[in-house]
Design a protein around this ligand. Structure first.
Ligand code: NAI
Ligand code: 13P
Length: 327
């Protein structure tokens, strides 16, 4: 696989940091952004408004249209909110015009109505990409990666040779890539850990401490495991970087937007107000319903994830989470 130009869809915080990471490795990057105001700021200043001291590398070219963004591209990287992926693919499909490229998804979510992962949605909407979509997931705050703080991220897909080559593309300081053949397991872990992080945030909002959050993560891992395995994912993926690793990171760190959203809910704010105060996306608030419905559909016992769902989606009192934990 000889790659020169890579397209990154999404110049949000993670998309821009991934684009920068690849640009520093010498790849030419075509960076596309959905929101015109963000695109304009980046084009005018080359600085990201949501990342401190961050100036786009000279290998990054901003592309205003999807046609320009995919021109001469040899790899596509999706870093857009998971719920926008299906509609986005409907726009992208005619532009790709049957072209087959390796695709990497760095988004974390499960579609509400279908329980499909982001890679599965991409392949369903753009069938020629079937077998070419890979997940890039692990404990990786964009703001920490931007500062050069080292981490490990899984590259997961069905084609071992493509995964190996793609992992090489992304592998360089501060990111060490780890190959996986369990895309489903990796994507389910990445989506469910966001719900776990909201749960940890609720405990923070109530005023409980790290002890209680560690107990929550431990119990929630069993629930993440049961859901993931019911969908064909592997146990070893649940306890790898995208599941356990990312649950620890986002559940315990003040940086996590999902944890911060939970904290606001724990303090008694409504979901709408909590979302407003957190500002950027918190994927867990969108995945919580699909995770809950999936567990119900498969008759799984998931008391912790159910309690988070009750608080987020039904506005129940946060004490239901303490009860679910047995307190
Ligand atoms: N920020 C982080 O530390 C990390 C984020 N992620 C995942 O990356 C994904 C993006 O997150 P961030 O960059 O942090 O969020 P962000 O809020 O900074 O950016 C969201 C991106 O989604 C795009 N988007 C929103 N609606 C769209 C639409 N209708 N069509 C096309 N694009 C649309 C926006 O243009 C923007 O580029 C999420 O799934 C998140 O879970 C994964 C690992 C780390
Ligand atoms: O997934 C992430 C880090 O791996 C980012 O988590 P938040 O979206 O909760 O900030």
């Amino acid at each position: 696989m000889n790659i020169n130009r890579i397209t990154v869809f999404g110049a949000g915080v993670w998309g821009s940091v991934i684009a920068q990471h690849l640009a520093k490795k010498g790849y030419k990057i075509s960076l596309w952004e959905h929101y015109k105001d963000l695109f304009d700021i980046l084009e005018k200043t080359r600085k990201h408004p949501n990342i401190e001291n961050f100036e786009l590398n000279s290998n990054i070219e901003l592309k205003a249209t999807l046609e320009e963004a995919v021109k001469d591209s040899e790899m596509l990287v999706f870093v857009i909110s998971s719920k926008s992926v299906r509609n986005f693919c409907k726009q992208l499909k005619p532009i790709l015009n049957g072209k087959v490229l390796p695709v990497v998804s760095a988004s974390k979510g499960i579609e509400d109505s279908t329980f499909k992962t982001v890679c599965e949605v991409i392949e369903e909407e753009i069938p020629q990409l079937t077998g070419y979509a890979m997940s890039f997931s692990g404990p990786s705050f964009a703001l920490e990666v931007a500062k050069g703080i080292p981490t490990k991220i899984l590259v997961a897909g069905p084609n071992a040779d493509l995964v190996k080559k793609t992992a090489k593309v992304f592998n360089s300081s501060p990111i060490i890539t780890v190959e996986s053949d369990d895309r489903r397991g990796v994507e389910y872990g990445g989506a469910i850990k966001n719900v776990v992080a909201i749960g940890c945030g609720i405990l923070d909002g109530i005023g409980d401490g790290a002890d209680t959050k560690a107990a929550l993560i431990t119990q929630a891992m069993q629930e993440m495991h049961d859901i993931t395995v019911s969908q064909g994912g592997k146990t070893e993926s649940v306890y790898n970087l995208s599941g356990l690793g990312d649950a620890i990171l986002t559940g315990m760190s003040s940086i996590s937007r999902n944890r911060r959203l939970g904290e606001k809910l724990g303090q008694g704010l409504s979901l709408e107000e909590a979302r407003k105060q957190v500002g950027t996306i918190a994927e867990g608030a969108d995945s919580v319903n699909s995770v809950h419905n999936l567990a119900r559909k498969n008759n799984l016992k998931t008391p912790i994830l159910d309690a988070v769902w009750q608080i987020v989606c039904n506005g129940e009192d946060k004490d239901v989470l303490l009860k679910a934990l047995g307190f």
